[in-house]
Design a protein around this ligand. Sequence first.
Ligand code: ADP
Ligand code: MG
Length: 516
Amino acid sequence: MNFEDLNLSKELLRAIEDEGFTSPSEIQEKAIPTLLQGNVDFVGQAQTGTGKTAAFVLPLLSQIDFKSNEVQALILAPTRELANQVHEEIRKFGKNLDIRTLTVYGGTSYDKQINGLRKNRPQIVVGTTGRIMDLMKRGVLRLQNTKQLILDEADEMLNMGFLEDVQEILKALPVDRNIWMFSATMPKPIINLVNKEFKDPEILKIEKKSLSNADIEQKYFLIRPKHQMEALCRLLDYETDMYGIVFCKTKREVGEIGSELLTRGYKVDVLHGDLNQSQRDAAMKKFKSGYLSLLICTDVAARGIDVNNLTHVINFGFPQDMESYVHRIGRTGRAGTKGKAYTLIDPFQRGKLRYLERFVKTTLTPAKLPTVPQLKVALVNKELARMSNLVDSVMEKGDEFKVDETYDVFKESLQGLSKDQILKVLFSQKFRKDLRRYQDLGELDAKDTGEKRGGGRSFSGRSGGRDRKRGGRDARGGGRNNRSRTGGSRDRKQEDSGSKGSRRGASSTRKPRPRV
Ligand code: ADP
Ligand code: MG
């Protein structure tokens, strides 16, 4: 379904398009037609991140009388941040309309808000309950003609103890008001409120999305830690049109991977807890605008990201807990497109896989990295795709194609070479390093030591330790490895630091090459 099928005005459709929304989410698809009918009480339940805000903002903007100076709609939100988010959506979707909105909340001065109410004459007021009530008591916010009340994130409102306030505010509205409510969950007190205050409400519940393979292609790659960085690059090199997040467990890992990818010429940025708000905002802005196609994040930092239309989620190793895996990969595979969730797994930790699969109730498909020949072809093809506009325009303009005056110097110096020789020079200059890197490192997939050895159980504790030792022996290929038990874990440490060493070594010898 498209937004065009939803009977929204041209002005709204234009704003939606500018926002980059291509198709409505499930709650939008189902709620918008109902709410557009008008004169309806409504309860919409859907999990966080499913687009509930636009589900009510779009029909609300469709019913506002822009000529009127009355407060026609009141939207209650549990926190200042959420109130601001709603305000922001109204601003974005209402940008082609003559709409006036005011957002009010506690903790800031009354003057500006009171002035806003008096002078701006908002048709929509968004706010937190406490400040709304204060403004009502002061007589500056009059709601006797406010026929539309919207309760956003109602379960949060309950958690914060605001339900009584809501009932108080309801008393100030006319009897023929309509209430729309949105919530991720429906605890008892909310149901009671609905029974008491709503008139014959339409109830819409969107079932929690399961993370089945129908929506998300979940694959895992067995890669030893020292090759995981290169494996990541190979996935980035091979996949096309990637718009994704690489998840790491720690801030340090995020920093390391981010700077290594930058050194290698990938356009990426990082998000983790040590960055301040403006650094985060800057990174998010670049990512959302599409300037960056990849973010490297920790789980915590990613929680604030309201981007859900990713093509890829890449897990650099297992997440700390299984719940995080679900959150991570749930950011892809939305709105009808199949997402890709790739997990790079240290073969030593192979045993955790089954635990994860049980948790997500689905199996992850074992996958191999693209082979060296495949990577080589992809590298050349990507570059050709990047050049295609230029090639087209040279073809079209022929001798008219304008280049810099210095072109003559360049041409002169290559005069003695045949066309084929010139192409060879350019090809080598462009590709030699990467082709050689693929070639030198060869295939990186680790041998699957199988589940029996890895043990299917542990996430920590004893059998986890055993996993490592066994894996260590296998990965090293027998022979010289007749060491004691403790020796096994020492080996592993060496391997880890070896991996960092090789990363650093690699980066210092490699020149940056810009990629998209
Ligand atoms: P909820 O209130 O259900 O938690 P939000 O309304 O905050 O969800 O939306 C979550 C994110 O999804 C926001 O960044 C929003 O811009 C985005 N979003 C909402 N609807 C769509 C859509 N149809 N297409 C693409 N992105 C959308
Ligand atoms: Mg919301």
